[in-house]
Design a protein around this ligand. Structure first.
Ligand code: FAD
Ligand code: DHB
Length: 393
């Protein structure tokens, strides 16, 4: 077995692992990123699209935001549709002038991979972490299956950035970890379509048939979602049925129909919330989806993942360069405070916009909440501030 040593081993090359590796590299801390999938796979995995103000700033300040500044779509408002009417929330006016940027997660991934390969820091693709040793000692080690054979890497710290289904959160003993979990009675069917976006801003829509979301990736490409029942599968949704349902749910009495075009990608994602506490076990630190999942309605998943590693990179820096443990000791509590705020906001958005198929009392409450969100300046301000910049706090 080949053996290596580094300061920080990072498991997973999603947004969290990649940005952590980049931030540590900028501070001169050696790190190795291990990713079980191929470069091709992670650079084309279509997921989130909304980048908060403070997180966009983090990407720019760390030198990986150039393409996002050029190609990202800057939005100052968001639309809510219900009862065939459209209501705009002026996000920037209500959130101190701050906008959001619409830029695909896989583009963020491509930008950081390109930077890392450019300066030649180690990033192993097709390399799966299979286990850990000595996580509660000062010399933990990580076992990896690479295309060239087995590898053991000893290090000072391990960052588990390997998503919910990774190995890192499972390495924490059951008697230490607390897992909070909620599943929702619907999933999202998401498509990417070769169709110019019909509007300049995102549309979150509540219709009696279910939720719909209109987003975009470029002036030529739209990203749309439909709330569906959790047991529904893609083969039940022909292209015609998808477009028909989107047209029904997004229809208003004021604006023209949405544009249609060939569907380039499609997928169904279950909706759930998970919080794992604490986000640290000895020398293992969890970040991003390995520690928490939010339902996508608040557009917080990637933002939270990047916010975690901003905190983690500073904490590791203080420890490894200055010998100061204070930030690392506070890491889990610092992140969890924000994670719970994001869970609250994502739950609020999810519950307000997904009609119940069985409970009309719930539907009455939802509609009132939605009317309040667009009619009350106080409610709209809280929504705008949480939507635009929750992760900076
Ligand atoms: P990930 O992006 O999951 O990265 C983890 C990486 O670790 C992966 O590349 C994985 O291959 C790798 N890995 C796992 N196990 C190992 C191992 N043993 N060894 C080595 N590598 C390993 N959020 C939104 O806000 N809006 C959305 O529309 C949205 N859509 C989503 C759709 C899907 C299908 C999914 C799964 C998530 C979606 N999310 C969305 C959430 C958002 O994409 C995530 O919050 C974000 O990807 C978190 O980044 P991460 O780096 O923590 O984890
Ligand atoms: C997108 C995804 C979201 O989950 C969301 O709330 C808004 C936009 C998107 O993929 O563009």
């Amino acid at each position: 077995m080949k053996e290596l040593r580094t300061q920080v081993v990072i498991v997973g090359a999603g947004p969290a692992g990649l940005l952590l590796g980049h931030l540590l590299h900028l501070e001169g801390i050696d790190n190795i990123i291990l990713e079980r999938r191929s470069r091709e796979h992670i650079e084309h995995r279509v997921r989130a699209g909304v980048i908060e103000y403070g997180i966009a700033k983090l990407l720019v300040e760390s030198g990986v935001g150039e393409r996002m500044l050029r190609d990202g779509l800057v939005h100052h408002g968001v639309e809510f549709r219900f009862d065939r009417a459209s209501h705009r929330i002026p996000l920037s006016d209500l959130a101190g002038g701050k906008p959001i940027t619409v830029y695909g997660q896989q583009e963020v991934v491509k930008d950081i991979v390109a930077a890392r390969l450019g300066y030649g820091a180690p990033l192993y693709f097709d390399s799966e972490v299979t286990g850990f040793d000595g996580l509660t000692t000062d010399q933990p080690s990580v076992d990896v299956d690479t295309p060239e054979g087995k590898l053991r890497i000893t290090c000072d710290y391990v960052a588990g950035c390997d998503g919910t289904l990774g190995v890192a959160n499972r390495a924490i003993p059951q008697n230490i970890i607390r897992r909070y979990e909620r599943t929702y009675p619907f999933s999202w069917l998401g498509i990417i379509a070769q169709a110019p976006p019909a509007t300049d801003e995102l549309i979150y829509c509540r219709h009696e048939n279910g939720f719909a979301l209109y987003s975009m990736r470029s002036p030529e490409v739209s990203r749309l979602y439909l709330g569906v029942r959790p047991d529904e599968t893609l083969d039940q949704w022909s292209d015609d049925r998808i477009w028909e349902e989107l047209s029904i749910r997004l229809a208003t009495d004021q604006v023209p129909e949405i544009g249609q075009g060939p569907i380039l990608e499609r997928g169904i994602t279950a909706m759930r919330s998970i919080v794992i506490e604490p986000m640290r076990y000895g020398r293992l630190l969890l970040a991003g989806d390995s520690a928490h999942i939010v339902p996508p309605t608040g557009a917080k998943g990637m933002n939270l993942a990047l916010a975690d590693v901003r905190v983690l990179s500073r904490a590791l820096l203080a420890q490894l360069i200055g010998g100061d443990d204070t930030l690392l000791e506070a890491y889990s509590a610092t992140c969890l405070e924000r994670v719970w705020r994001a869970e609250e906001f994502s739950t609020y958005m999810t519950q307000m916009l997904h009609p119940s198929y069985t409970d009309d009392f719930e539907n009455g409450v939802q509609k009132t909440r939605l009317r309040q969100a667009v009619a009350s300046e106080g409610a709209a301000t809280v929504l705008a501030q949480n939507y635009v910049d929750l992760c900076s706090r």
